[in-house]
Design a binder for this molecule. Structure first.
Ligand SMILES: Nc1nc2c(c(=O)[nH]1)N[C@H]1C(S)=C(S)[C@@H](COP(=O)(O)OP(=O)(O)OC[C@H]3O[C@@H](n4cnc5c(=O)[nH]c(N)nc54)[C@H](O)[C@@H]3O)O[C@H]1N2
Ligand SMILES: Nc1nc2c(c(=O)[nH]1)N[C@H]1C(S)=C(S)[C@@H](COP(=O)(O)OP(=O)(O)OC[C@H]3O[C@@H](n4cnc5c(=O)[nH]c(N)nc54)[C@H](O)[C@@H]3O)O[C@H]1N2
Ligand code: SF4
Ligand SMILES: [Mo]
Length: 750
C-alpha cells in the first residue's frame, strides 16, 4: 500500500515522563505527533493520562531540541556530523584515561536513564570499558537511602518493597505527593484514582508532610511534621508497637533476625521524647502506631521527603521496620516485592553475598561509596581539587547537575574550567550540556522504542509492555541505543566497529553464564545456537528477547512454550498482565544470613546521630526550606514545553501567613532567601498550605545562564533552589544530598 504522509494514524507509546509508565495512544500526522490520549486497552494504565503525557507532542517537536551532534570548534559548539562527534570522543577520552588513569574519567547518570531503554542497557558496559569508580548519579539526590536500607535488610539494594495500593486497608505515606508526582518507587498509573479507591473501600490514608498537599487533602489524616524528623516519628511508632506488645511479624517471623535489638534500639525514642522535635503530639504518634497495628492490612511508604533528608537511610529503614513489625512486609495488602519479566528468575532460598557499603571512598572528602556510586554533591570538588585521580574528563548521560545538585554555581565553574574534555548525551543545550565538548542528541520519544526495565520492578502489579518506535528515525537521527553503543566503542579502543558488537558481546557473556548455571533452563546447551534463536530488529531488542526468555515468566528457549518472549510480547501491543504481587520471602533474600537482617551494623552505628537530634530545642523563629513538585513539570527539563507552562507551575517561595507577617513579607513581593551555599531573590507566595517554620521552593528552575538553547524556559527562568546549598549536608550512609529541611533565613527584598 502506498504511504500517504499526510494521513492521520495512531500508534502506541509508553510514556517516559514519569514513573507511572502510562500507555499512550499517539495521533500521528505525517511525521508529527499531533495528539496523545490514554490507551484504554493498556493492561496496566487502562486509559489514564496526565497533562504531561497529553503534551508529549509538544515535547516531541520542540524546535529547541538538538537535531545534530554539536562539537566544540575554536571554543564554540558547532553543528557536526555523527562521525565527527565520535571521532572527537575517540581521540580525546582514551588519551585522558591513558595519561591520568581510569579514575580521571567521571560518569554522571541522570534521571531519564531510568526512562529509556538505552539508559538501562548500556551504562554498565560504558563503566566496564572505562574501569572507573568515578560514578555519580541522580540516585544520590533521590532514592539512594532506600537502596542502602534494602541492601542492608534484604541483601539486594534493588529489592524495594512497594505498597500494595490496590488491596491495602491502610496506607501511611511520608514525604510523597503522588497527586503531583504521579508516584515514585511505586509505579502505579492513576495513583490518585487508587488512593480514592482505597478510601471508597473503607480503607484509610494518612499523609505525613509539612505541606497540606493535594495528596494530604485527600487523606483521612494529615500530619504536618517538622521537616527532617520522620526518622524520629517512625522510631517512636516502633517504640509504641514494642511497648504496647503490638508487634506481630506474622508469616515473616521465621525469616527475620534482630527484632530484639531493634526493640532495645528504639527504647529511648518515646513519643514524648520526639514530640517536640517532630512537632507532633505524643498522643497522635501513639494513635498512628495503634492504627497501623490494628489495620487488617497496611503499608508504610516513604518517598522524597523521607529520603533526601538528614536521616534519610534511617527513615527508609524504619519504614520497612514498621512493615515487618506489623506483619505487613511481604503480604498481600502490605508492602510486597514485585517480580518483573526481565528480573532474574527466582531460585531456591539460600544465603547470599550480602550488601557491602563503603568498599571505597571519594578522593577528596572520603565519602563512602554506596551501590558503587559516589555522592553527586562531591562531583565539583573531585574536578577542582588537584592531585592524582582528579577528574579531568566527564561523560554526562541525561543529567543536568548544574540545576539538580547542590551548589550549581560551583559545579558550573568546575565544568567550565576544570575539565580537559566533556561529553553530554542530551536532547537539549542546557545549563550542564553547554559545557560539553561534544553533545550527542537522542531522537524524540516518538522515534524511540520503550521498555521499562527499572519501573516494572517497582510496579504495584506485575505486567509487561513494550512499544516500538511510533515513527521511523528522522533524517540525521541516531537511536539512543546506537549512540551509547558507539560511545562504548569509542572509549574502549574499538571506535568505528559496528555498534551491534556491543550487544553481541553482552549477549555472549550472559549466555556463557546461563549455560553454565544448573538452575538455568538453558543449562548445558550450546550458547551459539541460543544466540542464533534470538529475535529482534536491533541489538537492544535481541537483548530484551534474551532477558524475557530467561526471565521469571520466560519460555526458556523451549522449556515453557507458553512463556514470554519478545515475539509473544509484540503480539500483545497493550501489554500482558502477569498478576498481582505475590510474597517472595525467603527466595528474594540475599543477605549472608539468608534472613531479613532487621538491625544491620551500619544502621546501629548511625542511630546515635538520630538520638542527638532529640536534644536540640527548636528555635521558634527558625525557618527550614523544603521542595515541592508541580504536576506539569519534570525536574529541570520540561519547562521548555509551552503547553505545560503557567498555572500553579511557578517558581515561588511558599510561606505560612504567620511567618510572612512576622518577617514583613507580602504575597507576590520579592524575598531574599539565604542558605549555606548562597542567596537568591524570589517572589513570595503566602499560603497556609505550608506549615509554620517552613518555606518551600521547587527545584529544576534557574534557566538564566548564557549559552543555553531553551528559549521557552528562559522566558520565565525562575531561581535555582540548589544554590542555597553548599553540598556539605549529606545523609552519611548513602551519600544522598540533604535537599529538604535546610536552615534558611528570609527577608524582604527591596
Ligand atoms: N532541591 C532539589 N533538588 C532536586 C530534587 C528535589 O526534590 N529538590 N530532586 C532530585 C531528583 S529526585 C532527581 S531524580 C534529580 C534529577 O537530576 P537530573 O537527572 O540531573 O535532572 P533532570 O532535570 O531530570 O535532567 C535530565 C536531563 O536529561 C535530558 N533528557 C531528557 N530526556 C532524555 C533522553 O531521552 N535521553 C537523554 N540522553 N537525555 C534526556 C534533559 O534534557 C536533562 O538535561 O534532581 C534532584 N534535585
Ligand atoms: N510532575 C512531576 N512529577 C515528577 C517529577 C517532577 O519533577 N514533576 N519528578 C519525578 C522524580 S525524579 C521523582 S524522584 C518523584 C518524586 O515523587 P514524590 O516523592 O511524590 O515527590 P514530591 O512531589 O516532591 O513529594 C515530596 C513531598 O515531601 C514533602 N516533604 C519535604 N520534606 C519533608 C520531610 O522532611 N518530611 C516529610 N514527611 N515530607 C517532606 C514535600 O512537601 C512534598 O510534598 O517524582 C517524579 N515525578
Ligand atoms: S502520569 Fe506519568 S506516565 Fe502517565 S501520562 Fe503522566 S507523565 Fe506520563
Ligand atoms: Mo528523582
Amino acid at each position: 500500500m502506498p504511504h500517504d504522509p499526510s494521513s492521520s494514524r495512531t500508534a502506541l507509546r509508553i510514556c517516559p515522563l514519569c514513573e507511572a509508565t502510562c500507555g499512550l495512544t499517539l495521533t500521528i500526522e505525517g511525521t508529527r505527533v499531533t495528539g496523545a490520549r490514554g490507551d484504554r486497552e493498556d493492561v496496566f494504565s487502562k486509559g489514564f493520562i496526565c497533562p504531561k503525557g497529553a503534551s508529549i507532542g509538544g515535547l516531541d517537536e520542540d524546535p529547541d531540541r538538538l537535531r545534530t551532534p554539536l562539537v566544540r570548534k575554536g571554543g564554540v559548539l558547532t553543528e557536526a556530523s555523527w562521525s565527527e562527534a565520535f571521532d572527537a570522543i575517540a581521540h580525546a577520552l582514551p588519551a585522558v584515561s591513558r595519561d591520568h588513569g581510569p579514575q580521571s574519567v567521571g560518569v554522571v547518570l541522570g534521571n531519564p536513564n531510568v526512562h529509556t531503554m538505552a539508559g538501562a542497557l548500556y551504562p554498565p558496559a560504558l563503566l566496564g570499558a572505562l574501569r572507573t569508580r568515578a560514578l555519580f548519579t541522580a540516585s544520590t539526590l533521590d532514592q539512594m537511602p532506600k537502596h542502602v536500607s534494602s541492601g542492608l535488610l534484604f541483601g539486594d539494594p534493588n529489592a524495594i518493597p512497594v505498597p500494595d495500593l490496590d488491596r491495602t486497608d491502610h496506607l501511611l505515606m511520608l514525604g510523597a505527593n503522588p497527586l503531583e508526582s504521579n508516584g515514585s518507587l511505586c509505579t502505579a498509573p492513576d495513583f490518585p484514582g487508587k488512593l480514592k479507591a482505597l478510601r471508597r473501600r473503607g480503607g484509610t490514608l494518612t499523609v505525613v508532610d509539612p505541606r497540606r498537599t493535594r495528596t494530604a487533602r485527600l487523606a483521612d489524616r494529615h500530619v504536618a511534621i517538622r521537616p527532617g524528623t520522620d526518622a524520629l516519628l517512625l522510631a517512636a511508632m516502633a517504640h509504641v508497637l514494642f511497648e504496647e506488645k503490638l508487634t506481630d511479624p506474622g508469616a515473616l517471623a521465621d525469616h527475620v533476625e534482630g527484632l530484639g535489638e531493634v526493640a532495645e534500639a528504639v527504647s529511648d525514642f518515646t513519643p514524648e521524647a520526639v514530640a517536640e522535635a517532630c512537632d507532633v503530639d505524643a498522643g497522635a504518634i501513639r494513635a498512628l502506631a495503634r492504627e497501623l497495628a490494628a489495620a487488617r492490612t497496611a503499608a508504610v511508604y516513604g518517598r522524597i521527603g523521607s529520603c533526601t533528608v538528614e536521616h534519610g537511610t534511617l527513615a527508609s529503614w524504619l519504614v520497612d521496620v514498621l512493615n515487618v513489625l506489623t506483619g505487613n512486609l511481604d503480604r498481600p495488602g502490605g508492602a510486597l516485592f514485585p517480580l518483573s519479566a526481565t528480573a532474574r528468575a527466582p531460585r531456591p532460598a539460600a544465603p547470599g553475598k550480602g550488601f557491602a557499603l563503603g568498599r571505597w571512598a571519594s578522593r577528596v572528602s572520603g565519602h563512602p561509596e554506596a551501590k558503587g556510586e559516589l555522592p553527586l554533591s562531591a562531583l565539583a570538588e573531585e574536578i577542582t581539587t588537584p592531585g592524582e585521580g582528579r577528574i579531568r574528563a566527564l561523560i554526562v548521560l541525561a543529567a543536568n547537575p548544574v540545576l539538580s545538585a547542590p551548589d550549581g554555581d560551583r559545579l558550573d565553574a568546575a565544568l567550565a574550567d576544570g575539565l580537559d574534555f566533556m561529553v553530554s548525551v542530551d536532547p537539549y543545550l542546557n545549563e550542564t550540556s553547554r559545557h560539553a565538548d561534544v553533545v550527542l542528541p537522542p531522537p524524540p520519544p516518538s522515534q524511540s522504542a520503550h521498555f521499562d526495565f527499572a519501573f516494572n520492578a517497582l510496579a504495584v502489579r506485575n505486567q509487561v509492555r513494550y512499544t516500538r518506535p511510533a515513527l521511523p528515525l528522522g533524517a540525521g537521527r541516531m537511536d539512543e541505543a546506537e549512540i551509547l553503543a558507539r560511545l562504548v566503542l569509542a572509549v574502549s579502543g574499538m571506535h568505528g566497529a559496528e555498534p551491534d558488537a556491543v550487544d553481541t558481546m553482552i549477549i555472549d557473556r550472559a549466555l556463557g553464564k546461563a549455560v553454565a548455571d544448573p538452575l538455568s533452563p538453558v543449562y548445558g546447551r550450546d550458547p551459539a545456537g541460543i544466540a542464533a534463536a534470538l529475535t529482534g530488529r536491533t541489538g537492544a531488542e535481541r537483548r530484551l528477547d534474551l532477558m524475557l526468555r530467561l526471565g521469571p515468566y520466560g519460555e526458556g528457549f523451549g522449556a515453557d512454550p507458553d512463556g514470554l518472549s519478545l515475539e509473544r510480547l509484540l503480539a500483545h501491543p497493550h501489554g500482558i498482565d502477569l498478576g498481582p504481587l505475590v510474597p517472595r520471602v525467603p527466595e528474594i533474600l540475599t543477605t549472608r544470613s539468608g534472613r531479613v537482617e532487621l538491625f544491620p551494623a551500619p544502621i546501629a552505628a548511625d542511630l546515635p546521630r538520630l538520638r542527638r537530634a532529640l536534644d536540640g530545642r527548636a528555635d521558634p523563629e527558625a525557618l527550614v526550606l523544603i521542595g515541592r513538585r508541580h504536576l506539569r513539570s519534570n525536574n529541570s527539563w520540561l519547562h521548555n514545553v509551552a503547553a505545560l507552562r503557567g498555572g500553579s507551575n511557578v517558581c515561588t517561595l511558599q510561606i505560612h501567613p504567620e511567618d510572612a507577617a512576622r518577617l514583613g513579607l507580602t504575597d507576590g513581593a520579592p524575598a531574599k532567601v539565604t542558605g549555606d551555599g548562597g542567596e537568591l531573590t524570589v517572589p513570595v507566595e503566602v499560603t497556609d498550605g505550608v506549615r509554620t517554620g517552613v518555606v518551600s521552593l521547587p527545584h529544576g528552575w534557574g534557566h538564566d545562564r548564557p549559552g543555553t538553547r531553551m528559549s521557552v524556559a528562559a522566558e520565565q527562568p525562575g531561581v535555582n533552589v540548589n544554590q542555597l546549598l553548599d553540598g556539605s549536608r549529606l545523609d552519611p550512609l548513602s551519600g544522598t544530598a540533604v535537599l529538604n529541611g535546610i536552615p534558611v533565613t528570609v527577608t524582604p527584598s527591596r
